[in-house]
Design a protein around this ligand. Sequence first.
Ligand code: F3S
Length: 410
Amino acid sequence: MQLTDYEKSILAGDFGEEAKKILEVMVKIYEINDANGFIDVNEVMLASTQNMSIGGEMGMEFLTRLANSGIRFKVKTITDPVSIDLEGWNRLGIPEEYAQKQQKSVNALIKLGAVPTWTCTPYLVGSIPRLGDHLAWVETSCVIFANSYFGARTNREMDISALAAAITGRTPYYGLHLEESREGQLLVNLDAELNTTSDYDALGNYVGKVAGAKIPVFNNMKKNVSIQAIMQLGAALATTGAVTLFHIFDVTPEIVMDPYKYGKKSVNEEITISDKEMKVAYQGLNTTSRNDIDFVALGCPHYTFDKIREIASFLEGKKIREGIEVWICTSKTVRDLVLRSGEIQVIEEAGAKVVVDTCMVLAPVKQMGFHVMATDSAKAQFYVSGFGIGVRFGNTQKCLEATLTGKWEE
Ligand code: F3S
């Protein structure tokens, strides 16, 4: 293993205990995966929530000490959403003490040199990798999107391994960084019509369970499939499966360049998705039989401009039913763009909240006392169900109708 002098000095403790621990983990990951050396990364993405796997509140203290050590990130490092709307936490009912704790890790990451994007759709706000770029990104929906849509190369990093990449500018060379690990393995023949973005959620939810850690290859998908649909598909695949890359014939770059290599050579299993499988997926995504909705949460992954415009067009001139909390989650950058076009005002006048920097999964929604959530996202459905909140899953239109009536129509 060839370490640089800088890395050796970090390992010797010259930048404190925290940086030393981070690099020790990097060395362990290198050894466990029998890496082929290190590869320089163009960009790193860090997790930034209060629940960082390096230890919740301890994780925040850890980040603060790291920032105070004087060490700084070596490459562009962007940030995943946090657990509060950084400016609007108060109007969401998040307690001040909780918000202050989260702010601490935000301050530490900024001090370390992070770009404060706080979003899981960084490619909508300026992080646009090129085909073959090496990255070290966390957050499952981002990792799968970068690998599949852009043909960039990143493993699914943990919080601490991403920190190591941010500090050193490189990452162990193994897994999806290698050409030979990127060939498709599970052929998915589509024999169902996909109309709404939530159809892609349902598809990803179903296929993720079958795929496990395999790389799916979608056959017969519309060539003009929207970016939002691909985002939803990827996020759902990476939730029920350990999927970090998929290919779509005639759509995603690697398989367009070489259909045999990425779409046929290593395929050893084949499934067909018809209306029957789609129905099973939709049924499985509804985890309550209750029809009284008190929370409608959209925007997982963080919504695009187009999707927010769709919400505004539905809500124009209407009023959300009293007692229902409605969140439309996106990045602050996209929110500001929609603010300029006047549609945020339309949404908020109807009584919904455009929530930025966070989402329905990372914010403390369980503590807020919601009982039944409606969503158009299979990923949000999965995690929020895990908090003990009943979830109704359906397309965006159906969720929006529930905002007006408070009822989920079967
Ligand atoms: Fe993004 Fe939160 Fe969903 S981080 S992918 S909106 S769970």
